[in-house]
Design a protein around this ligand. Structure first.
Ligand SMILES: Nc1ncnc2c1ncn2[C@@H]1O[C@H](COP(=O)(O)OP(=O)(O)OP(=O)(O)O)[C@@H](O)[C@H]1O
Ligand SMILES: [Mg+2]
Ligand SMILES: [Zn+2]
Length: 290
């Protein structure tokens, strides 16, 4: 069951909501969504996770892109396998302390094609929430699969998502992407924290000028039209993309890339559930007094 914050944020007390286990104490859940593929959701998820972790937060990433997982590679976990703790899975931990659970960490062979059907995908997402021992986390970021289809619905129906970060790129029909995300957020009763435009411009290597190669951004107008905040614009940065490819996002990410997005994440009221870590077991309390 969700706590009162989850209910206030999402009203998600539907019977299909997945249960959190006693070894997880997740204070905020943020989904990174886009109406379409390849705009940089995973990159934005990784960047937010790194910046939140650098500020001393405990951070996890639930890779909900079951059929196209890209988080483990970005944080240098290629080839690693998640371990188990009884019936629970343990997330892998990156060099920078970010916990990750992904289908990529469960497959025998990373290059195996994943031919999972809908129910199996939903089952995997349930496993990543209910059967994964996240421990205490200030932030759990959910890297969504492309689009606003069934898998996205499963995530919003099943996890206590507190807010959505929408990612667009300037070549997109930005208005359509934002409209889709706003519709989904309304239907699921989850607030949109705002929208980030990725690959928004290039910075001239000589003079540092921002060049909007796709023409002037329409983002501000669209965002205003839908009543959502603009949380930042990221340049096309081939060196950074190469670093992500090489598993180096934690060291390569420049500081202070997304200040407004960070502020929006930090403004979320944390769930304060009494969990395994905040309330000592009765035996332990008795032992203390003895
Ligand atoms: N700002 C950027 N500058 C340069 N390359 C980028 C940028 N953002 C993302 N990329 C690159 O573009 C590709 C797609 O990005 P990413 O995987 O984050 O998109 P996605 O929306 O998660 O895609 P999918 O829908 O397939 O999950 C990656 O190779 C990534 O490294
Ligand atoms: Mg992705
Ligand atoms: Zn120049």
């Amino acid at each position: 069951m969700g706590c009162e914050h989850a209910q206030a944020a999402g009203g998600q007390t539907s019977p299909q909501q997945f249960e959190e286990n006693t070894l997880s104490e997740v204070r905020r859940v943020i989904a990174v969504l886009s109406g379409k593929g390849g705009v940089g959701k995973s990159f934005v998820t990784g960047a937010l996770a790194v910046e939140l972790a650098r500020r001393g937060n405990s951070v996890g990433i639930l890779d909900a892109d079951i059929t196209g997982p890209s988080i483990p590679k970005m944080v240098g976990m290629s080839g690693r396998r998640a371990s188990g703790l009884g019936k629970l899975l343990l997330p892998e931990v990156s060099a920078g302390g970010i916990k990750v659970m992904s289908s990529n960490l469960l497959l025998e062979n990373e290059t195996d094609p994943v031919l999972w059907r809908g129910p199996v995908i939903a089952g995997a997402i349930k496993q990543f929430w209910s059967d994964t021992s996240w421990g205490p986390l200030d932030y759990l970021l959910v890297d969504m699969p492309p689009g606003t289809g069934d898998v996205a619905l499963t995530v919003f129906q099943s996890l206590p998502v507190d807010g959505i970060v929408v990612v667009t790129s300037p070549q997109d029909l930005v208005s359509m992407i934002v409209a889709k995300a706003v519709n989904m957020a309304d239907k699921m009763n989850v607030p949109i924290l705002g929208v980030i435009e990725n690959m928004s411009y290039v910075t001239c290597p000589d003079c540092g000028k921002k060049i909007e190669i796709f023409g002037q951004s329409k983002l501000e107008a669209v965002a205003e039209n839908y009543g959502v905040k603009v949380l930042g614009r990221l340049p096309i940065d081939p060196a950074l993309a190469a670093a992500c490819d090489a598993g180096q996002i934690e060291t390569a990410l420049p500081a202070g890339l997304l200040p407004d997005a960070l502020a929006a994440c930090e403004a979320i009221e944390p769930h304060d559930e009494p969990g395994a870590f905040s309330s000592p077991a009765p035996d332990a309390a008795a032992a203390d007094q003895a």
